[in-house]
Design a protein around this ligand. Structure first.
Ligand code: ATP
Ligand code: MG
Length: 556
């Protein structure tokens, strides 16, 4: 199956192929396990595409499991947004949404099994003492004085913990592994802590909560996950993951595999930093179009296809890497160039009066939104004796440099319309050109002028009578520094003060009725999306998705 792809087989695909060949697994089950403590970002998109992609590729299934072991940080808003984002990217999880908290009873029972086996103990060290006993990379830890409590005592104390008889931090349940292990996560890790918090799924049923490490692998086992794929920072936890699976009667024996996190330059991908941007009101919310969140990219006009293509282009490696944001932008342009409907919007208007047409002249030009894409439909562009073109498309004097431009005595073609010739222009008191006077060359709709004097350029335009004013939100990179995440400078000091400029444009009338979230190529201007929430026919709002070409000046 994988041989059909031009892409090389990544190391996880290779492992799965081997597991299928050896008969170890026949049905591949993966999962995407977000913690519901923020919105998903482009890094998560890589993990989603990988986990759901593997399931699709091998005809298996991928679960969506909320890793909700921390009751304090989690909110329903995130549970909802995460599901929306995964679906919007084009994936559907197997069955119902799952929660680690669904397994709290089983996890609790397994903790008791470990106590009964003499492998877990209630430790009364204060958090500060426990830290001191733990040692560090150079120094081995010391055994806790509570390590040798009897099974009966541990069972009784753990039950008291569960019943809420102790304060937070008074004690916790730890597994007995090895305080001298060079791997810090094996130094008698805590598997249950007291937290007197209401949980968004289980309410007040529990006041003790399992650690991520104790919950994750066991949840994988319960769900029959065959390949538990996570990011590299968990590599040190793998021996612990395996220890639990070995020491508990789990229904399956899942395996953890780690791959490199996605980092992108000019971007931060950490929920903590993204939250700081939201809470500091640097951006308008998690879905601000400048955010690298999935909902931000969606509002910016990035398409699920483009994001998936980008993620699929990334190496699945065993090292972390930083990808150039231009690579993401390449895939955005690539998709939009092929699929975005075209339309016209004049941003810096210059009036052109066509003197050989009557003042009440009106003609509807019916043209497709995109050549060879009949499914995108067509629209009427009203043409009248007064139109706007872009200021930059008319030059007072002819020069070779501007040979495609419009100037007195020269001709230009109006996109989808006629050829016109400039006869003269008018200036205001400051010397700015405020109007061009022109003549229409007859019989030039869809064909060249009969006298053989062909125009060199084509310009976009709108009828002055029919043009509708739209708000244009011009988004640019949020950070000026290529590496805002480096830690050398506070990332808040790397912000681009011009990441949003709000301006106006004059759009052709059909655009007022654009469905929110439709991305257009405004011809010769860039890709713009009708804002998901604010755009309507009374007040059109478009966001700049991306320019037509890579702006090399940004890649410093
Ligand atoms: P953050 O650092 O943004 O808070 P996280 O790792 O804490 O991210 P989780 O909600 O725990 O966020 O992540 C869910 C899944 O997405 C995990 O399997 C995690 O490894 C993966 N993931 C998170 N960030 C990235 C990234 N930058 N690249 C690839 N995968 C990621
Ligand atoms: Mg996390």
């Amino acid at each position: 199956m994988t041989e059909e792809k031009a892409k090389p087989v990544n190391f996880i695909e290779k492992i799965i192929n081997e597991d299928i060949a050896s008969g170890k697994h026949s049905n591949i089950v993966t999962r995407f396990p977000p913690e519901p403590n923020g919105y998903l970002h482009i890094g998560h998109a890589k993990s989603i595409c990988l986990n759901f992609g593997l399931a699709q590729q091998f005809g298996g299934q991928c679960n969506l499991r909320f890793d909700d072991t921390n009751p304090e940080k989690e909110e329903d808003e995130y549970v909802q947004s995460i599901q929306d984002d995964v679906r919007w990217l084009g994936f559907q999880w197997a069955g119902e949404v799952r929660y680690t908290s669904d397994y709290f009873d089983q996890l609790h029972a397994w903790a008791i099994d470990l106590i009964n086996a003499g492998k877990a103990y209630v430790c009364d060290l204060s958090p500060e003492e426990a830290k001191e006993y733990r040692g560090n990379f150079e120094t081995p830890g010391k055994n806790s004085p509570f390590r040798d409590r009897s099974i009966e005592e541990n069972l009784a104390l753990f039950e008291k913990m569960r019943a809420g008889e102790f304060d937070e931090g008074a004690c916790g349940l730890r597994v007995k592994i090895d305080m001298a292990s060079p791997n810090m996560s094996m130094r008698d890790p805590y598997i249950y802590r007291i937290k007197k918090a209401t949980h968004h799924q289980t309410g007040d049923k529990w006041c003790i909560y399992p650690s991520y490490d104790f919950a994750h692998g066991q949840s994988d086992a319960i769900e029959g996950i065959t390949h538990s794929v996570c990011t590299l920072e968990f590599a040190d936890h793998r021996p612990l993951y395996d220890w639990f699976i070995e020491n508990l009667e789990t229904p399956a024996e899942p395996h953890q595999y780690e791959f490199g996190r996605l980092n992108i330059n000019y971007t931060v991908t950490s929920k903590r930093k993204l939250r700081a941007l939201v809470e500091g009101k640097v951006v308008a919310g998690w879905d601000d179009p400048r955010m690298p969140t999935i909902s931000g990219m969606r509002r910016r006009g990035y398409t699920p296809t483009a994001i998936r293509n980008f993620c699929d282009s990334l190496a699945v490696a065993k090292t972390d890497g930083t990808v150039d944001v231009a690579q993401l932008e390449f895939f955005i342009r690539d998709d939009l160039n092929q699929n975005a409907p075209r339309a016209m919007c004049v941003i810096n208007p210059l009036k052109v009066v066509i003197s050989n047409l009557p003042a009440d002249y009106e003609e509807n030009l019916t043209v497709p939104f995109l050549q060879d894409h009949a499914e995108l439909g067509e629209r009427d562009i009203p043409f009248t004796n007064e139109i706007y073109i872009d200021q930059d498309d008319f030059k007072e004097e002819y020069s070779k440099k501007f040979k495609k431009k419009f100037c007195v005595g020269k001709r230009i073609r109006l996109r989808h319309g006629y050829v016109i010739e400039a006869d003269g222009f008018e200036k205001d008191a400051e010397g700015n050109i405020i109007q061009v006077n022109a003549s229409l060359i007859e019989n030039t709709l869809g064909c060249d002028p009969e006298d053989g004097d062909k125009p060199k350029g084509v310009v976009h335009w709108v009828s002055t009578k029919h043009a509708i004013e739209a708000e244009l939100r011009m988004y640019n990179r949020l950070f000026l520094d290529a590496n805002p995440d480096s830690g050398k400078k506070d990332f808040m000091e790397c912000l681009n003060p011009e990441s949003l400029i709000v301006t106006k444009g004059l759009i052709e009338p059909a655009l007022a009725h654009a469905k929110p979230e439709t991305v257009f190529q405004f011809e010769r201007e860039g890709y713009y999306v009708a804002d998901r929430f604010d755009h309507n026919s009374d007040k059109p709002v478009f966001n700049l998705t991306i320019g037509l070409r890579e702006d090399k000046s940004l890649a410093n």
